[in-house]
Design a protein around this ligand. Sequence first.
Ligand code: FAD
Length: 474
Amino acid sequence: MSNKFDVIVIGGGPGGYVAAIRAAQLGLNVACIEKWLDKNDKPRLGGTCLNVGCIPSKALLDSSHKYHDAKDEFSTHGIGVSDVSMDVNAMVDRKDNIVNQLTSGITGLFKANGVKSFEGFGKLLANKKVEFTAHDGKVETFEADNVILATGSVPVNIPPAPRTGDIIVDNEGALDFREVPKRLGVIGAGVIGLELGSVWNRLGSEVVVLEAQDQFLSLCDQDLAKEAGKIFKKQGLDIRVGARVTGSEVKGDEVEVTFLDAKGEEQKQTFDKLIVAVGRKPFTDGCLAADSGVNLDERGFVFVDDQCKTNVPGVYAIGDIVRGPMLAHKASEEGVMVADIIAGHKAQMNYDCIPSVIYTHPELAWVGKNEQQLKAEGVKYKVGKFPFAASGRAMAANDTDGFVKMIACEETDRILGCHIIGGHAADLIAQAVIAMEFGSTAEDIALTVFAHPTVSEAVHEAALAVDGHAIHVA
Ligand code: FAD
């Protein structure tokens, strides 16, 4: 086999594998190098997202939500169930099976599309050459007209709470607990901390979340954050903002965590397990030879323009190793854009319309600008809000927490942002994403016919509320 390719992709996560498939679909000769080995040292495609991120976390969130429903909610519908129990091993095995199915599915897609898959480590050298070290240690040098760097991210470690692999864990360990920890500590009230904290809280853990920032969920619209804070508290999540962890000590089967609380006073708390979820950082260790010429920015991200071109012609970088939100769909769309550009098509991504989701229950989802941002920018806007408590379908489902909040430009009525907290927020937000992508006004949505009864009607009503004309709320 020739060692020369049109495109070499380094990294087979949702950025890299999607870029490879798209480039192959466009007729290019593509290789993808992926180093991932699973617990049994079996090579795996799919990256963080499929192996230890989006998919396994959602599998556990769905299982634990069903358990919670059966235990605490079914009786509201008149359904009697007794002795509801959770077999944690079966739950985790199910999650592993889903991961296996999906990751081997990517192998199948590579074969179907003619992407050549290489299992091992890729390193970019000068002049678009790539050194490939196979898992058995054999080294080869490949050449390419174009290289796409898609090496992703890894969890940030903090010195006061170094991972021990069993008691102090990151996202990977937290997806594999084989029994429900009685007392669970989570450092970081971000997306990953809240999702994983919710899973184990629903299964019976007493969960304390320690968040260093003074403001809860500063990344979202504060209306959503406030509502979420109230609901999570009711669910039993003990979220402490302004709590700075200063140390941890493993004592036998437990860990004692020391932190300064919001008043600056030292506190100690003991847990059976501690999840460190303080963020992720781009992974480039050993991936770029000194003479590859690729520049990083001051935070360690590969420096790219808005078409994901690095400073080296023919070398692109996508996904978690470049600026922008660390999200799988952002990585994949960048992969598609770059493959299209390489194939000679015109392509551009709209970074203003990337949805974000927190998959707690209720879910939080948003796109575009929030009120704090618009105020800071001095933009005049109007807000329409509709609570799920006024939605017939949400009532029928006994799922009435939350609301849809739509924000439109005061002058043009163009939608500037949409922020949803509610049972189906992750899916509902797609309606606002499409509307914003097409430059819609709130009135465009208000004049659209929505099926009744659906929770989507809350999006319709929020659009009507932008001009004060919601029908089903006073
Ligand atoms: P990655 O998925 O990290 O893939 C990079 C791949 O490159 C890895 O497989 C790595 O092994 C490989 N690699 C690195 N260096 C080399 C090398 N030199 N040679 C060969 N291979 C290499 N995002 C969402 O959008 N929705 C969610 O619900 C969501 N949930 C998440 C839950 C958790 C617990 C976590 C941790 C993350 C979650 N994310 C979610 C984020 C999402 O997983 C990432 O944004 C996404 O995986 C980034 O894709 P990527 O292709 O850039 O990188």
